[in-house]
Design a protein around this ligand. Structure first.
Ligand SMILES: C[S@@+](CC[C@H](N)C(=O)[O-])C[C@H]1O[C@@H](n2cnc3c(N)ncnc32)[C@H](O)[C@@H]1O
Length: 199
């Protein structure tokens, strides 16, 4: 399953705006696409790791980041967290180290603008699963394994498919608050801040 590289839309802008308000330290972005979100915060964070299942997107984001001089961003092909489970990533002395093993709880922030449309064919940039939230649920089951204890997740969700997502947060003891929304004529987009600590 592969899709087109996802070029930034309103959902990308919402995530970038929220990341520009809050993100700091060592940041991972799941489904980094063109790298638009990380590139918008590269001068306020120590290091950004972009992960995407689409190898064309990974190449695009690398080239674009080099062109605009974001030297602290790194992009890897990964099916959700597979890359971080296969390799140990560390950020020390101003550079990224990759060795064999598994990455620990190193991230201050993990960002995700997931595919959230229900059953939208085979395009991995759009199809979030039968209810539109299955991929997001898979992401959330693993994300806290890589997040510092006081770390935060910034997650985009849409009124088209977010029924059930707040129930999932409650069932899995995930504190949540909406930090910004964007109303479009056919849907409302939400940016959630999530944590295992009380928000
Ligand atoms: C809605 S697009 C967002 C792209 C970019 N972050 C932005 O905001 O413009 C979703 C991205 O998630 C990626 N993706 C889909 N399934 C994935 C998976 N299982 N693991 C990693 N990335 C995935 C897609 O390739 C796509 O780049």
């Amino acid at each position: 399953m592969k899709g087109e590289v996802y070029f930034p839309r309103e959902d990308s802008i919402l995530l970038r705006d929220c990341a520009q308000m809050l993100a700091k330290g060592i940041v991972a972005e799941m489904g980094s696409g063109t790298g638009f979100v990380l590139q918008g915060i590269c001068d306020r964070i120590e290091c950004g790791i972009g992960l995407d299942i689409n190898s064309d997107a990974v190449r695009f984001a690398e080239e674009e980041s080099r062109k605009i001089g974001c030297k602290n961003l790194y992009f890897f092909e990964s099916n959700l967290f597979s890359f971080l489970k296969d390799y140990k990533i560390e950020f020390k002395e101003g550079r990224l180290w990759i060795s064999s093993g598994r990455t620990g709880k190193i991230f201050d922030f993990i960002l995700f603008n997931p595919p959230y449309l229900p059953d939208e064919g085979s395009d991995v940039a759009l199809n979030g699963g039968k209810r539109g939230i299955e991929l997001t649920e898979e992401f959330l089951k693993e994300a806290f394994d890589f997040l510092k204890a006081d770390g935060r997740i910034l997650l985009i969700s849409s009124s088209i498919s977010n029924k059930g997502l707040e129930d999932f947060f409650d069932e899995h003891l995930i504190s949540h608050r909406i930090i910004k929304d964007t109303r479009l004529f056919f849907e409302t987009l939400y940016c959630y801040e999530l944590s295992r600590e009380k928000l």
